[in-house]
Design a protein. Structure first.
Length: 116
């Protein structure tokens, strides 16, 4: 593949990435040109931080990068629908106290992030 300066440009992964967003209460997808595809969140974030393009990343976990100015929000009017989170644990009559504390903590973070 060649770019506009006729330099060789390698292509890694899926060339037909999908941009998912909400519009009028409905989930929409838009095909986006791509020269890079990754299969892990760390690689996805690293590619974005390296200036290789934009990425749809949940705000939770990257707040510090936004505050430091390393990431900026673009297209905020086209945010993706929040993804559900499940917590699996062995079934018992009475869950251990530390599990209850962890679930409450996780829920508080998710609620705070969804509102903010």
């Amino acid at each position: 593949m060649l770019n506009s300066k006729n330099e060789r440009q390698s292509t890694l992964g899926n060339l037909d990435a999908q941009f998912e967003y909400m519009e009028d209460g409905k989930v929409k997808q838009e095909s986006m040109p791509s020269n890079l595809a990754v299969n892990g969140t760390d690689a996805y974030l690293d590619a974005c931080l390296s200036g290789l393009g934009i990425a749809q990343i949940p705000t939770i976990g990257v707040e510090n990068l936004i505050e430091e100015g390393l990431l900026i929000k673009v297209l905020p009017q086209y945010e993706a629908e929040p993804m559900p989170v499940s917590l699996l644990y062995p079934s018992r009559r009475q869950p251990p106290k530390r599990l209850i504390v962890f679930m409450d903590w996780l829920q508080s973070i998710m609620i705070k992030n969804h509102k903010g």
